[in-house]
Design a binder for this molecule. Structure first.
Ligand code: FAD
Ligand code: SIN
Length: 539
């Protein structure tokens, strides 16, 4: 960002929603009937993880499925440490949320008989995933955006980057993690087009900033997923939990140089695709009785193990045995993408490797989506509701985002009258700072951080690797903090600062684990010792 005169301004609203994915947009639609909402989003509205979701969204729809089966699958996949109340809430509210989505215009695929066509993914004992081809997220995002754009009470500010949350700290008071009654009054937001920092005051603030994939070297997440909301909430002294549970999707398309990695949906395995080593041999039966459809943590670790033992960079996913027309009809997006790089998936096997995909931890919230800071809610991938425990069941995240948006909408609407706008917050002050002259100082540190996280804090960890990562990240942290303090803000600098903070949280919370469980697997604690996990897997 070039040095230019800084333009400052204030905005006031009932609700400030940060993020325009499924969580932020569905929340906004639910509160906007009786209140004014400002949504800020750092790119265009549809730049978000939601837009990339392929497989679908979970809900119990028809027999023989039932709530108990969905609850059990979620708990088993989460290695038994899910919060049972969160699981019950999401599973039982899901059917109503699907109705809301349909009412907003989402078109889920149906059979010729007019029933919803349900897919199956890893860890599910039944077919229960509603979908729109293999582009479910884009369909949900399209419908929500169209509703939001036509709503008179919702104002959307694209290219607006939330920098920090406002609390008593900005009124000159000391706020620590032990200070009782911390409240959120809105946020400082950088207008990326006009190059100024705005103060947005709100009676209620909602963080719905999505995932953290870009903390890693290889990820399925788009560039916006830099963990901003988690870092902001941490700086504001909110409680952050379960960050050690980073989910690696087992099957991202192996196409070196492409970022983000293109996802090969788990629904393809639900449709019959089989994992094979490069010499064409099946291997998943060695690791788990559910084979290629085992829970995601097991499949990712098994692939990682096969690749390491054999010295390979990828394994294959084989769907060539299914009818070509059916494959193309169910997975047009995957078919098109693979064909564009010369792979006809109806005739050839697909090279795949694991990629950082989903953050099971985040800003800790209660059943209403409220954080440990008053007037601050966290929704969707940014939050830690307890639903996923140590490992997320496939396609449980979109439904979690919609259910908790609904909970938070009702809870915050009931309390809105108790909150006023907080005046006396100073304007952003960047006196004495200068524009960053060398972007390489930022981009190189980002690359180093991603390498450190992938090599030492990836699918398989150890005490030594984690400590090494912590020490190296500390150096990058100090360098970046120095730069941050003397620089005028730009998006890349803020994102790197946030990613370092998130990396630090992942390492710190992983170091506190003295066991291997779910997605946190350490060579120093080789057995999965949690009693909730039904099948012990040793590597
Ligand atoms: P997002 O949809 O990521 O939205 C976050 C928003 O916050 C974005 O608009 C972003 O620009 C904005 N933002 C971030 N930081 C800032 C900031 N500082 N200031 C302003 N705005 C900011 N889940 C399923 O349930 N089923 C699936 O089939 C599925 N498939 C997936 C496939 C892929 C390739 C990926 C990446 C994820 C998939 N997931 C799936 C996970 C799921 O898509 C996400 O967990 C979910 O969409 C998150 O929604 P969200 O609203 O919380 O965040
Ligand atoms: C997929 O389609 O494999 C992704 C599903 C998910 O991440 O929930």
């Amino acid at each position: 960002m070039a040095a230019q005169p800084v333009l400052k301004m204030n905005l006031e609203t009932d609700y400030l929603v940060i993020g325009s994915g499924a969580a932020g947009l569905s929340f906004a639609l639910k509160v906007a009937e009786s209140a004014h909402v400002v949504i800020v989003t750092k790119g265009e509205m549809n730049e978000c993880n939601t837009d990339y979701a392929q497989g679908g969204i979970c809900s119990v729809t028809y027999e023989p499925d039932n709530f108990q089966k969905h609850i059990d699958d979620t708990m088993v996949c989460g290695a038994g440490i899910c919060d049972p109340k969160a699981v019950e809430l999401v599973v039982t509210r899901a059917p109503q949320m699907i109705k809301d989505l349909v009412q907003w215009g989402v078109r889920f695929d149906k059979t010729v008989e007019g029933r919803y066509e349900l897919a199956r993914e890893g860890g599910h004992s039944e077919h229960r995933i509603l979908h729109h081809k293999d582009e479910t997220g884009a369909e949900i995002e399209r419908s929500l955006i169209s509703q939001v754009k036509s709503h008179k009470n919702i104002e959307v500010l694209e290219y607006h980057f939330a920098v920090d949350l406002l609390t008593q700290h900005h009124l000159g008071q000391l706020v620590t993690r032990h200070t009782p009654g911390v409240e959120c009054y809105g946020a400082y937001v950088m207008d990326l087009k006009r190059e100024c920092i705005k103060t947005i005051l709100a009676r209620v603030t909602v963080i719905a900033t999505g995932g953290v994939g870009n903390v890693y070297n290889v990820t399925t997440n788009p560039g916006v997923a830099t963990g901003d909301g988690i870092a902001m909430a941490h700086r504001a002294k909110a409680i952050i939990s379960n960050m050690e549970f980073i989910q690696f999707h087992p099957t991202a398309l192996y196409n070196p140089g492409e970022r983000p990695s293109f996802l090969i949906s788990e629904a393809l395995r639900g449709f019959g695709a089989i994992l094979k080593t490069q010499d064409g041999k099946e291997f998943m039966h060695k690791y788990h009785p559910m084979g290629s459809l085992a829970p995601r943590d097991v499949v990712a670790r098994s692939i990682d193990n096969e690749m390491k033992v054999r010295g390979d960079d990828f394994v294959y996913l084989d769907i060539t045995h299914r009818d070509a027309r059916e494959t193309i009809n169910h997975f047009p997006n995957i078919y098109r993408k693979c064909l564009s790089i010369g792979i006809d998936i109806t005739k050839e096997m697909i090279p795949v490797a694991p990629a950082a995909h989903y953050c099971c931890g985040g800003v800790q919230v209660d059943l209403n989506g409220e954080t440990s800071i008053k007037r601050l809610y966290a929704l969707g991938e940014t939050s830690c509701t307890g639903l996923h425990g140590a490992n997320r069941l496939a396609s449980n995240s979109l439904i979690e985002a919609i259910v908790y948006a609904d909970q938070a909408a009702r809870h915050s609407a009931a309390h809105l009258h108790e909150y006023g706008l907080q005046h006396g917050i100073p304007q952003w002050n960047d006196d004495g700072t200068t524009a960053t002259e060398e972007m390489i100082l930022i981009t190189q540190n980002a690359k180093e951080m991603q390498q450190i996280m992938s090599n030492y804090v990836g699918i398989v960890r150890s005490n030594l690797r984690l400590e090494r990562a912590r020490r190296r990240l500390e150096i990058i942290f100090k360098e970046n903090e120095e730069l941050y303090l003397k620089s005028k803000l730009n998006k890349e600098l803020c994102e790197l600062r946030n990613m370092i903070e998130v990396g630090y949280l992942i390492i710190k919370q992983a170091q506190a684990m003295k066991t291997s469980i779910g997605l946190h697997y350490s060579l120093d604690y080789p057995l999965e010792t949690c009693v909730g996990r039904k099948i012990a897997t040793e590597f």
